[in-house]
Design a binder for this molecule. Structure first.
Ligand SMILES: [Zn+2]
Length: 180
């Protein structure tokens, strides 16, 4: 995401440095965004504002996201949101999904397509869950040879090299019609 672009709740400035301008609010000495948009710092007026971008909408709690895994970290995955409730997302927003409680070695790999549900917005970070049965990996490839994999119980097996690997699979893993 553009680092100049903020989403609601995200920190813009400190109250000792700036005054809250348009599309912002003040909370515990911090100025935060109330809308998505680019930060505008007016140094002469000491005003921190957000230039609202109307076309961008932030997914709400309960929305189902389809996205691409950007990073696969030991306790979480970062997902670039591509579809919200089946509709194409109109901006590059990222969400974070905690995976440390899931007993899988590889919940999802980078570049996998996953289905997750938005559970909260905390200080500008969108948090999602991959826990329910219908959520998880929709599309993945072999970790060894990037070949095509097929589902084998709750794991995947490579058609090319035979490597078996675990993933947190979605109920409709392998169905190609997940995008409307
Ligand atoms: Zn393989």
């Amino acid at each position: 995401m553009d680092e100049n672009q903020k989403i609601p709740g995200e920190k813009i400035a400190l109250i000792e440095e700036y005054l809250p301008g348009e599309n912002t609010y003040e909370e515990n000495d911090t100025i935060r965004a109330t809308a998505i948009g680019n930060v505008k710092m007016d140094k002469s007026e000491r005003l921190a504002s957000i230039n609202r971008q109307k076309q961008i909408s932030v997914p709400k709690v309960g929305d189902v996201i389809i996205g691409v895994v950007e990073a696969n970290l030991p306790s979480m995955i970062a997902i670039m949101i591509k579809f919200v409730n089946g509709k194409k997302a109109n901006s590059d927003l990222e969400c974070i999904c905690v995976t440390r409680h899931i007993r899988k070695k590889n919940v999802a790999l980078a570049k996998d397509i996953v289905k997750v549900e938005i559970i909260s917005h905390i200080n500008g970070t969108i948090h999602a869950s991959i826990d329910s049965q219908e959520l998880g990996v929709l599309f993945t490839k072999c970790r060894k040879c990037f070949g095509t994999v097929v589902k084998m119980r709750d794991a995947v097996k490579c058609k090319d090299c035979g490597w078996i690997d675990d993933r947190k699979l979605a109920l409709d893993f392998g169905k190609s019609d997940f995008l409307e």
